[in-house]
Design a protein around this ligand. Structure first.
Ligand code: TYD
Length: 212
């Protein structure tokens, strides 16, 4: 049986708990006979992973940061995401462009018009702007996320930010979701892991992306 490609991104502030659910969903799609490409941003190709390392650990000005993230995204789209979608696979991507609007745009206060221009260039395809078909947004109070993250590991440049930064990031996600409500599946990430997982499955089944 041939399938049309399905592109799902996962978003939320640091500490919202995306990772285990992304792995779980990969298993669920595979169990239904789908081929799954599991990937992440920034990253997903050898070049983009090098850029990720720079973005997460080296000091740089906001424009450089945005350019490196979109350069990584371009490489990732060309070498991983577009070919996988063309093969009819399910692409599960841990973060995508909404993170750039939330972190660089709202969090850092970087010019949204510049981000929109970069988005238009980098995600351009002959069929229009490439966006995820679905974006799963793990929404969590930044105070709760901060408690979850405390002491978990050595923080990167973003995880080291204060709660006020993540309040702005959250606001950024809310704005992106408000602008494109059809694409977003919002989950209340303050619930137990099991309850979040159930919400995720229910919503994807309800919307017809996953078989019951
Ligand atoms: P994350 O996806 O949370 O991975 P890990 O679980 O390994 O920490 O980390 C990526 C970080 O990069 C996260 O703090 C958000 C940040 N980021 C941006 O600032 N802009 C972006 O466009 C993307 C994709 C991520």
């Amino acid at each position: 049986m041939t399938h049309t490609g399905l592109f799902i991104s996962f978003e939320g502030i640091d500490g919202a708990g995306k990772s285990t659910h992304i792995d779980g969903l990969a298993q669920a799609f595979k169990a239904q006979g789908r081929h799954v490409t599991l990937t992440r941003e920034p990253g997903g190709t050898p070049l983009a992973e090098k850029l990720r390392d720079l973005v997460l650990h080296d000091a740089m000005d906001p424009l450089t940061e945005a350019l490196l993230i979109f350069a990584a995204r371009r490489d990732h789209l060309q070498h991983v995401i577009e070919p996988a979608l063309a093969r009819g696979e399910v692409v599960l991507c841990d973060r995508f462009t909404d993170a750039t609007f939330a972190y660089q745009g709202s969090g850092r206060g970087f010019d949204l018009a510049v981000l929109q221009q970069l988005e238009a260039w980098v995600q351009h395809t002959p069929n229009g702007l490439r966006q995820p078909d679905v974006t799963v947004w793990f929404e969590l109070d930044p105070q709760v996320a901060a408690v979850r993250l405390a002491g978990a590991r050595v923080p990167d440049r973003f995880e080291a930010q204060p709660v006020t930064f993540f309040e702005k990031v959250s606001q950024g996600y809310a704005e992106r979701a408000g602008a494109d409500p059809q694409r977003f599946v919002r989950l209340d990430a303050a619930q137990t892991r099991e309850a979040v997982w159930q919400q995720l499955l229910e919503q994807l089944v309800q919307q017809g992306w996953l078989n019951p």
